[in-house]
Structure formats: C-alpha cells, structure tokens
Ligand binder design. Structure first.
Ligand SMILES: C[S@@+](CC[C@H](N)C(=O)[O-])C[C@H]1O[C@@H](n2cnc3c(N)ncnc32)[C@H](O)[C@@H]1O
Length: 202
C-alpha cells in the first residue's frame, strides 16, 4: 500500500515527516483522543495513506480541511504540498482547542506551514477554498452546507465516505444539486471518495 506514496512521487524526506506525524499521533492520542484508540496501531494506512490518496485529485492554491481532528487529511496534505515546494495555503478548522493546539504543535515540529482556525466551521469567515475536505465529520447534506459557505465557486469538495455513501448521496440530493464523481478508496475496500463540484441549494 506504500506504493500509493511511490505513485505520488514522494521524497524520502517527506516520508520521514509523515512517519514523524505517526509518532506524534501515538504520543498525544492517549491524552486527547485525536483518533479512535483502536486505530492507532494501524495509523499509517488508516489515517496517513487514507489522507494522502486525496492529494492529487485537483490542483489548489487554498485547501480547507474542516474538522481536522488529528490532522486528517489536512496536515498530511500540508506535508505533501510542502514536499513539492508548493506555497499553497492549507487551512485546518478545528473547534476543539486541545486538538487545535496539537495541530499547531505538530505543524511546527514537522516544519510545515498551516493556518489553524480554532473555531466552529459555521463561525469562520468564508474561506473561498479551491479544495474543501472533511473526513468523518458529518452527513453529506450537512457537508454540502459547509461547502456552500467555504468553497470557491469553481472549487472541488472531497469527502471520503464509508459503505453507506449511496444513502447519504440520496439524502443530500433532496436539498442540494451537485456534480458527483465517485472514486473507490485506494486504502479501504468498500469505502469511496466523493468528489463534488457546483454544489447549490435547491
Ligand atoms: C470524528 S473527528 C474527525 C477528525 C479527522 N477529520 C479524522 O478524520 O480523523 C471530527 C472532528 O471535527 C471537529 N468538529 C466537529 N464539528 C465541528 C464544527 N462545527 N466546527 C469545527 N470543528 C468541528 C471535532 O472537534 C472533531 O475533532
């Protein structure tokens, strides 16, 4: 599965940074529950590669990750972008102050630049993001509302979803119109990545 990183043409230094993130997660998780405890031992595939697979879906100058928690996918995206020499802006929105502190400390330790917004998604000024991501945050219909606020008009929303994704899409279509591309997860069988554009309330 680490071929996924080879496919992204990631440098040795970037892989070392991602391994440091894995270690930081293991160190901080007992205190602040960044991810489910049962997933810490498998963090490399469950969280880091699962995030990395989103990196090349579309180009970006501004990436906003909502409800970042332990930095998935936003902090992984920031590490990969920095490894490419990109000066794109990565914004991590996380209302939990302890998790926001982790995100700032981890970014500093890894030497990557991120903008951490330690407030509720609903209170952050519109971000006009080229890419908006949210993983394990809310049902798709609620995510569409967040996208309406924070995504640039031509932007792309990226929402990883589990096996129940079809029901979530059907429910969201009752209130929202959008273009949808469904991609199988490269990491988790049965899971998908929903890639959405032109999200408009009906
Ligand atoms: C289940 S966790 C998922 C974290 C991460 N995206 C991941 O996949 O591991 C959801 C996170 O979203 C944050 N969150 C939930 N609602 C939020 C809101 N309205 N504004 C900002 N953060 C929120 C929570 O504090 C939590 O850290």
């Amino acid at each position: 599965m680490t071929e996924l990183l080879a496919g992204l043409d990631v440098s040795r230094e970037t892989i070392e940074k991602l391994k440091s993130l894995e270690s930081l997660l293991a160190k901080w998780n007992p205190a602040i529950n960044l991810v489910a405890r049962s997933t810490v031992d498998a963090a490399w595939s469950r969280h880091i590669l699962d995030s990395a697979q989103l990196f090349q879906i579309a180009p970006f100058r501004v990436w906003a990750d909502l409800g970042s928690g332990g930095g998935f996918p936003g902090l992984v995206i920031a590490v990969l972008a920095e490894g490419r020499g990109s000066d794109a802006r990565v914004v991590l929105v996380e209302a939990d102050q302890r998790k926001a502190t982790f995100l700032r400390e981890a970014a500093r330790g890894l030497g990557v630049r991120v903008q951490v917004e330690a407030q509720r998604i609903e209170s952050v000024d519109p971000l006009a993001a080229d890419i908006l991501s949210a993983r394990a945050l809310a049902p798709l219909s609620a995510l569409c509302g967040f996208a309406a606020r924070h995504l640039a008009p031509a932007g792309t929303a990226i929402f990883p979803k589990g096996q129940n994704w079809e029901a979530e899409v059907a429910e969201a279509r009752k209130s929202w119109k959008f273009d949808l591309d469904v991609r199988p997860s490269l990491v988790e069988a049965g899971s998908v990545v929903l890639v959405m554009k032109a999200i408009v309330h009906v």
